[in-house]
Design a protein around this ligand. Structure first.
Ligand code: PBG
Length: 320
């Protein structure tokens, strides 16, 4: 191997043109998914605009604008009018996500519609499943998640993304979709989802913070990577079509490990806290939002993610 002065790595960094010729990782809007929140009424979020709650009408306007900008896919979350212990709003045929889906499906035929399948936005206690005492009952929750997934597909979802972290949910959802005649609908599994502080802004936006305790009894311990691979292995065996790692930036090593071990597409969720930290720092003049966002998203792709869910997706459409 030659060394200095024969080799000078700065030669290829000299101009923007040279740098772009040898760039290893590129951002392509096709790989990005924009999260959207549908609610009974509009509630703009000034500090974190993508986390605004949108009525069905403004959801449709936003979908149309995203489609015009070239965004391919959205991930839909619902904030229901009322909540109960079971989270029955999640599978209500006339529920908020189902109404949003039908409207978006009609107005934006080319947009890929993904839905988050979870009960935490719909349960009065804010946990991701039904309770048995203070614990979330795994097996009793599975049927409710499966029902929710089927109702999303019946309302027009192209793919469902379970985010609850119950054991066995992928096979329960797969079986229910197959029974409902939706054998061709893919499951994007939040396979390695950590119990993370970085979901803070989302929980405020979605009104889904647990009313007691935390989610450590079902979401993963951020200290573990081998366990993430076991989660992925089980989900692939149960029929997951895409494996997701979440949050993204604190877990780039996990994204890389999943990429190397499995041949299914790997997704990463650049979560609300990752977005919010940069927005807060940019508002104080400590960082340039665009540069910090592009650097973050490039790092997530470089780590091995094929697709990325990010609150910057709409901005990215303008930046690229
Ligand atoms: C659960 C869900 C959460 C997020 C996506 N799906 C919150 C949680 O697990 O508490 C977080 C996304 C984000 O922070 O952007 N329905």
């Amino acid at each position: 191997m030659s060394s200095f002065p024969v080799t000078r790595l700065r030669r290829l960094r000299r101009t923007a043109g040279l740098r772009s010729l040898v760039r290893e990782t590129r951002l392509d809007l096709d790989a990005f998914v924009m999260p959207l929140f549908v609610a009974p009424a509009d509630e703009p979020n000034e500090a974190l605009p993508p986390m605004s709650r949108r009525s069905v009408e403004s959801l449709v306007r936003e979908g149309e604008e995203l489609q015009r900008l070239g965004v391919r896919a959205v991930l839909l979350f619902g904030i229901p009018e009322s909540k109960d212990d079971e989270g029955s709003g999640a599978w209500d045929e006339d529920g908020i996500v189902q109404r949003g889906l039908r409207a978006l499906r009609a107005a934006c035929p080319d947009l890929v519609l993904l839905t988050d399948v979870c009960l935490c936005e719909y349960t009065a206690h804010g946990h991701c499943g039904v309770l048995d005492g203070d614990a979330v009952a795994n097996d009793e929750t599975l049927e409710l998640l499966a029902r929710t997934a089927v109702s999303h597909v019946e309302a027009g979802a192209d793919a469902v993304a379970p985010s609850d972290m119950m054991d066995g949910r992928v096979s329960a959802i797969r079986a229910a979709l197959d029974d409902a005649g939706a054998a061709e609908t893919p499951i994007v599994s939040y396979a390695a989802k950590y119990a993370s502080a970085f979901y803070g802004p989302f929980r405020e936006a979605a009104g889904s913070a647990p009313s007691f305790g935390d989610r450590r009894g079902y979401q993963m311990d951020p200290a573990n990577v081998r366990e993430a691979l076991r989660e992925c292995e089980l989900d692939v065996a149960e029929g997951a079509d895409v494996l997701m790692v979440k949050p993204a930036l604190p877990n780039l090593d996990v994204i890389r490990a999943v990429r190397e071990r499995f041949d299914v597409p790997v997704a990463a969720y650049n979560v609300s806290g990752e977005y919010g930290m940069v927005r807060a720092a940019a508002a104080r003049g400590w960082m340039d939002e665009r540069q910090a966002a592009l650097e973050s998203l490039t790092a997530i792709r470089r780590a091995g993610a094929d697709l990325v869910v990010s609150y910057w997706t709409k901005d990215l459409a303008r930046w690229l």
